[in-house]
Design a binder for this molecule. Structure first.
Ligand code: FMN
Length: 357
């Protein structure tokens, strides 16, 4: 079994260790969805990660979920990310941008548009808006001839990401956002070639990945999936079969990696590991779950064939997570109150480990 601290070749990159900073939205973008100097500091502080995956970046205004998230669809946004990628690279790190189209998990008060989705089915729960949480709206079902525009939005954002100095992109196919909505058996009730049987429900994900690979290359393209995750009310009745079919199709176009969130039973995840011939990142714990990923989860999943292990909250609270794990130092606890609070407190104020004396 490889050590978490051994190096790994990913696409054109050499990662000095097998830790990945999991994507985490922190809603601290400036007006217009711009990256800020604090964001550059935050990511640069965590540059000892084998790979950083950023918070979700919307590839279009209609694809924005929460207020305060950054985008990658205007020239100004693209320019604003250069300070972040430069700061991470100056500290010796590597950084992929997560491209996140929210689909139905959005609100007109945030974007000015009725959200879009595979079908006119509202997500479960409340969505943040500038005036506070509100019930999820019913999205407008995309016409068949509109779907291609949203597929291409991932590729366009990927082009901008590379122009901004990112080492690659991760398509957000997890956690109930647009790709995940198309994969779902209850958010996607379409009867065209994007809905119905599994071969149709995986089509949007495959087309988005293929368009991105064509634009920036397979070595720069990864995808995150949360098999059977159920987040925001998205159901996959047939998670094992669906995700196996998806990985089989994605293997034809190759990708830098598949990033699985540990949302399915272990035997399903292990089957997906066996199906996918390339690099697999595992996020061992579930979003919002009480237990955060640590050394024992990492060892478990490296033993089961994961190549890289993603840590979310542990990286958020410990900028020097790699050193702490390597040296067996205690981990600082995460302050959930500052996740989405804005400002620098609880963002760039977590210190590195302070050795006594
Ligand atoms: C504050 C916060 C924001 C998150 N935002 C995202 C996101 O933008 N994209 C995503 O794929 N997952 C997101 N997640 C889920 C994490 O990537 C990760 O899967 C989850 O925190 C569980 O891993 P952990 O136990 O290592 O924290 C977020 C999690 C947290 C805590």
């Amino acid at each position: 079994m490889p050590s978490l601290f051994s190096s790994y070749r990913l696409g054109g990159l050499t990662l000095p260790n097998r830790t990945v900073m999991a994507p985490m939205s922190r809603v601290r973008a400036a007006a217009g969805g711009l990256a800020t100097p604090s964001m550059a500091t935050y990511y640069a502080q965590r540059a000892t990660a084998g790979l950083i995956v950023t918070e979700g970046l919307q590839p279009s205004l209609v694809g924005q979920s929460n207020p305060g998230t950054p985008g990658l669809h205007t020239d100004e946004q693209t320019d604003s990310w250069r300070q972040v990628t430069d700061a991470v690279h100056a500290n010796g790190g590597r950084i992929f941008g997560q491209i996140m189209h929210s689909g139905r998990v959005s609100h007109s008060e945030t974007t000015g548009f009725q959200p879009v989705g595979p079908s006119a089915v509202a997500a479960e729960g409340n969505v943040f808006t500038p005036s506070g949480p509100q019930p999820m709206p019913v999205p407008r079902a995309l016409e068949t001839d509109e779907v291609g525009e949203h597929v291409q939005s991932y590729a366009h954002a990927a082009r901008r990401a590379v122009d901004a100095g990112f080492d690659g992109v991760e398509l957000h196919g997890a956690n109930g956002y647009l790709i995940s909505q198309f994969l779902s058996s209850d958010a996607n009730l379409r009867d065209d070639r994007y809905g119905g049987p599994i071969t149709n429900r995986i089509r949007f994900a495959v087309e988005a990945a293929a368009a991105t690979v064509e634009t920036v290359g397979a070595a720069r393209t990864g995808i995150r999936l949360s098999p059977g995750g159920g987040i925001w009310g998205v159901t996959e009745d047939d998670a094992g079969e669906l995700n196996t079919a998806l990985l089989t199709e994605l293997a034809r176009i190759d990708l830098a990696y598949v990033h699985l969130v540990g949302t399915a039973d272990e035997d399903v995840l292990v089957r997906l590991r066996e199906t996918w011939p390339g690099t697999m990142i595992v996020s061992p714990t579930t979003p919002g779950g009480p237990k955060q990923a640590g050394m024992s989860e990492a060892g478990h999943w490296l033993g089961l064939g994961a190549d890289l292990i993603a840590f979310g909250r542990a990286f958020l609270a410990n900028p020097d997570l790699v050193e702490r794990l390597r040296s067996g130092l205690p981990l600082a606890p995460v302050d959930e109150n500052t996740f989405y609070q804005g400002g620098d407190a609880g963002y760039i104020t977590y210190p590195t480990y302070q050795h006594a004396g």
